[in-house]
Design a protein around this ligand. Structure first.
Ligand SMILES: C[S@@+](CC[C@H](N)C(=O)[O-])C[C@H]1O[C@@H](n2cnc3c(N)ncnc32)[C@H](O)[C@@H]1O
Length: 447
C-alpha cells in the first residue's frame, strides 16, 4: 500500500463511529450485518457530520474489513498471543491503528497511534491497556518500515498467501483455486484491496450521454468511458456523494457498476417488447432495460421484499421510467399466462455476491456462512420459472454478481441438461478487476 501523508486530518467522531461499527460486527460474531447499513445507522444521530467525515469513517470501516484477516495475523505476530487472548475492543483498536499505519487512510504515523490511544482513553481503558496498544502499534510501525510481516509464499501455499497478504479467507480461495490460476486469483485479490471508483450510467430517458459529459466537464469532474457501454462512465477521482453530481434529483444518471450494465445489454430488449424481470430490486437493470427500450413496451418487475420494492419504486420515479409494472411476490410462484407471453426474460438471481468484494468487504468475514447449496436450488428454480414464461424464439439472460462457477457455468450446465428446448447462445464470466465487479451472464434462446 502506498502512503501519501500530505492530506492528514485526524478526526475523532468518525474514528469513534468506525470503532462502534467494527465492535457491532465483533459482537454479532461477524455474521449477517451489512457494513453499509451499519454505517448509515451510526451516522443517524450525528447529522452534523460533513461528507468528508462520513467518507473518512467509511474508509476506516471498509478498509478494516478488507484487511481484517491480515491484521489478525499481524496482531498474533506482534503480541505473540493467540487472537482469542486479545479482547475484542483491543483487537478493533489495533486494527484501526494498523490500517492507519499501513496507509489504508492517509494520516501521519503519530496521528495513527495517538488517535487509537485517545479512543482507548475515551473508552475508559486502563493505563496497562493503553501502554499495550501504544507498544504494539509502535512495534508495528517499526516492522512496516523494516522487514514487514511473515507471509506464506504464493507458489507453496496460495490460500495461506491470499489470507495473510490480502485478507481472503482460505475457505474462499480454495474453491476458486480449483478453477482459476494463481495469477488470476492474485490479480482479483489485489484489485479488491481498493474501494471501487464510482461508475454511473447516464439515463438516456432524461438526458443524452453527450449532454451529461458536458455537465461533468463544466463541473470539472474527470470521467472515463466504460468499454462497450455507450452510456457508462467511470469517475475515478470523484470521492463525494453521488447526490453532488449534476442532475441527481432530475434522474440524469444512475449509480451502477459496468458489470451490471453489461447484463441488460446482453439481453438487449427492444422497444415495444414484453419483458419479465424476475428478481428486480433495486432496479439497476430494470431501469437500464427501460432506457434501452425508450420507455416503449412493458416490463414486469418482480421482487418479494417490501423494503427493496420501495427502493425500486423510488428509482423508477427518479429516472422517469414509465413502462414498468412492479409486482411484489415470489418469482417461484408467479401466476403466469399460458401460453407464455414474454419476448425477453431477465433472471438476475440472488447469489453469494462474491464478485462485489470491492464494495462489500465485510463478506470476507462472513464467508463461511454462505450456503451455496441452498442458493443453487433457488437459482435453478428461478431460471426454470423464468424460462417457462418465455415465448418460443424469445431470449433469457441468467446473471449473478459471482465469480464462483457453482452459481454460474455449472448451474447453467445443470439447467441445459434438464431443458432440451434451451440453447445457450453466449456466456461470459468476468473476474474482479480494478474497474469492474466480477459477474456472470448467460443468454439462452427458447427453441
Ligand atoms: C441480485 S439481486 C437483483 C438486483 C437487481 N436485478 C438489480 O439489477 O438492481 C437479487 C434480488 O432477488 C430477490 N429475490 C430473492 N428471492 C427471490 C425470489 N424467490 N423471487 C424473486 N426475487 C427474489 C432479492 O430480494 C434481490 O432483490
Amino acid at each position: 500500500m502506498t502512503k501519501n501523508k500530505s492530506v492528514a486530518k485526524p478526526q475523532d467522531l468518525p474514528r469513534r463511529l468506525a470503532l462502534d461499527v467494527l465492535l457491532r460486527f465483533e459482537k454479532a460474531g461477524l455474521e449477517k450485518l451489512k457494513a453499509d447499513s451499519q454505517l448509515q445507522q451510526a451516522f443517524g444521530p450525528h447529522p452534523q457530520l460533513t461528507d468528508q467525515e462520513r467518507g473518512f469513517c467509511r474508509a476506516l470501516v471498509m478498509g478494516t474489513f478488507r484487511r481484517w484477516l491480515v491484521y489478525d495475523e499481524w496482531i498474533k505476530q506482534l503480541t505473540g498471543r493467540p487472537l482469542k487472548n486479545v479482547v475484542p475492543l483491543v483487537r478493533c483498536l489495533l486494527r484501526l491503528g494498523l490500517l492507519q499505519l499501513e496507509g489504508g487512510v492517509q494520516v501521519p504515523d503519530y496521528a495513527a497511534i495517538d488517535s487509537v490511544v485517545q479512543l482507548a482513553k475515551g473508552m475508559k481503558q486502563s493505563p496497562n491497556t493503553i501502554r499495550f496498544l501504544n507498544g504494539v502499534l509502535r512495534s508495528a510501525q517499526r516492522r512496516l518500515g523494516d522487514a514487514g510481516f511473515e507471509c506464506p509464499p504464493l507458489t507453496a501455499d496460495l490460500p495461506g498467501h491470499c489470507q495473510a497478504r490480502f485478507g481472503w479467507p482460505t475457505s474462499f480461495t480454495e474453491p476458486l483455486s480449483a478453477v482459476y490460476n494463481a495469477g488470476q486469483i492474485e490479480a482479483m485479490a489485489q484489485a479488491a484491496q481498493h474501494p471501487a471508483a464510482l461508475s454511473i450510467r447516464v439515463n438516456t430517458l432524461q438526458t443524452s450521454v453527450a449532454a451529461y459529459q458536458q455537465a461533468l466537464e463544466a463541473g470539472q469532474i474527470a470521467f472515463e468511458l466504460l468499454t462497450d457501454l455507450p452510456e457508462g462512465l467511470l469517475l475515478p477521482e470523484f470521492s463525494g456523494s453521488p447526490r453532488q453530481l449534476p442532475g441527481y434529483e432530475a434522474g440524469w444518471f444512475y449509480v451502477q457498476d459496468a458489470a451490471s450494465m453489461w447484463v441488460s445489454r446482453l439481453l438487449n430488449p427492444q422497444s415495444g417488447q414484453q419483458v419479465l424481470d424476475l428478481c428486480a430490486a433495486p432496479g439497476s437493470k430494470t431501469t437500464h432495460m427501460a432506457a434501452l427500450m425508450g420507455n416503449q413496451g412493458a416490463i414486469l418487475a418482480v421482487e418479494p421484499k417490501e423494503s427493496r420494492i420501495q427502493l425500486l419504486n423510488e428509482n423508477l420515479q427518479r429516472l422517469g421510467v414509465t413502462c414498468v409494472m412492479v409486482q411484489q411476490g415470489d418469482g417461484l410462484h408467479l401466476d403466469l399466462a399460458n401460453p407464455p407471453q414474454f419476448d425477453a426474460v431477465l433472471v438476475d438471481a440472488p447469489c453469494s455476491g462474491s464478485g462485489t468484494l470491492r464494495r462489500h468487504p465485510e463478506m470476507l468475514l462472513q464467508w463461511k456462512r454462505v450456503d451455496l447449496g441452498a442458493l443453487n436450488e433457488t437459482q435453478l428454480a428461478l431460471l426454470k420459472q423464468g424460462f417457462s414464461a418465455l415465448k418460443p424464439g424469445g431470449r433469457l439472460v441468467y446473471s449473478t454478481c459471482s465469480i464462483l462457477p457453482q452459481e454460474n457455468s455449472q448451474l447453467v450446465q445443470r439447467f441445459l441438461a434438464e431443458t432440451p428446448n434451451a440453447e445457450l447462445e453466449q456466456e461470459s464470466q468476468r473476474l474482479i478487476d480494478t474497474k469492474t465487479d466480477g459477474f456472470y451472464a448467460a443468454r439462452f434462446l427458447k427453441k
